[in-house]
Design a protein around this ligand. Structure first.
Ligand SMILES: NC(=O)c1ccc[n+]([C@@H]2O[C@H](COP(=O)([O-])OP(=O)(O)OC[C@H]3O[C@@H](n4cnc5c(N)ncnc54)[C@H](OP(=O)(O)O)[C@@H]3O)[C@@H](O)[C@H]2O)c1
Length: 304
């Protein structure tokens, strides 16, 4: 089968389309013929090497931790799933390929009206946002701050915060993305030096709960938040650890994914796909995500 894979770690160009053996579903697993696969910062770290720390990899490595496609093979002992079912799923690796094999508990039915590109780019960020918002302990009426709110995770987190009853939702972004945030009913604030003052200008009482990953933004966030335990970081560097805030935690699950899919199906959770690339442009997709800027999701179209 065709896959976008790497035989050595390095910059985006190490990611090339190549022929690799087709995987087979083992006991408790399903094989999915992939239609679309999201591209996440996690994948870029895998490609660059040394991530996750301590993990060993067999080459070639096929990145990709979220996908959508059609089940085409069942392993022994799999009940309740039939071949031909359109699904949204998650893995750690392996999604930038014509087929991916995952546990039967790593998929959920794709809603009929959900476009493939959206479905492929959904499960990682949607579940990441779900876990983050859970950790923030949002209560009705809370004022919530999401740093980097225009990105893949941020756009889902701001909407989910609202669905959990938040009152005011504030999001940081470059000025180019402020209109996008307003369209999501988010009060936009530009990140960078002076951030705490700009937040106070729109939330004189401070914020109740917050999400971020970049240390300067989190430091500013702590200036306007009473309870550091309700400030959650999606990335836990040594620098962030010193801030004494809450580490993002949780595990992906079909239940989490199904809840997020239901929000999407009900029209309560928008997903913005900013760019779809064909599989053989996976390196360009990595350059795009690796820029660290942009609205919403990047996706690889594997098959049509
Ligand atoms: N997606 C997940 O499921 C997941 C799970 C765990 C951890 N994470 C981590 O969470 C972080 C965000 O992930 P993502 O998928 O949302 O990435 P993304 O789509 O690349 O979005 C990153 C966002 O960060 C903003 N940004 C850039 N520089 C910033 C700064 N100095 N201060 C504040 N915001 C800044 C950008 O906004 P502008 O475009 O407006 O500049 C961009 O929208 C990554 O570090 C990722 O590894 C993600």
């Amino acid at each position: 089968m065709r896959a976008a894979a790497l035989t050595s770690f390095g910059p985006p160009d190490v990611l090339r389309t190549m022929e690799v053996p087709e995987p087979q579903a083992g006991p408790g697993q399903v094989r999915v013929r992939v239609r679309a696969a999201g591209v996440q910062p996690f994948d870029c770290r895998v490609r660059a090497g040394g991530f996750p720390p301590g993990r060993t990899f067999d080459m070639p490595v096929i990145p990709g931790n979220e996908f959508a496609g059609v089940v085409d093979q069942l392993g022994d002992g799999v009940d309740g799933v039939t071949t031909g079912t359109a699904v949204v799923g998650f893995s750690t690796l392996g999604s930038y390929a014509e087929h991916v094999v995952v546990g039967a508990d790593q998929i959920a039915p794709k809603p009929d009206g959900m476009p493939w590109e959206v479905a492929g780019a959904f499960s990682g960020s949607a579940q990441g946002a779900h876990m983050a918002v859970e950790q923030m302990g949002i209560r009705p009426g809370d004022t919530v701050l999401v740093n980097g709110a225009a990105g893949a995770l941020g756009t889902m987190a701001v909407q989910l915060a609202r669905l959990r009853g938040a009152g005011t939702v504030i999001g940081t972004a470059r000025p180019e993305n402020h209109d996008h945030l307003r369209s999501l009913d988010v009060v936009p604030v530009t990140y960078g030096p002076g951030l705490a003052d700009r937040i106070r200008a729109v939330a004189p009482g401070g914020v109740d709960a917050a999400l971020g990953w970049e240390a300067d933004g989190l430091r500013a966030t702590l200036e306007v938040t009473a309870d550091p335990d309700r400030v959650v970081s999606m990335v836990f560097s040594d620098e962030v650890a010193q801030l004494g805030i809450r580490e993002w935690a949780g595990v992906r699950s079909t239940a989490r994914l199904t809840e997020m899919l239901a929000f999407h199906e009900a029209g309560e959770l928008q997903v913005h796909v900013r760019q779809a690339y064909p599989l053989d442009r996976a390196a360009d997709a990595h350059r795009d995500v690796g820029s660290g800027h942009g609205r919403g999701k990047v996706v690889l179209v594997v098959a049509s």
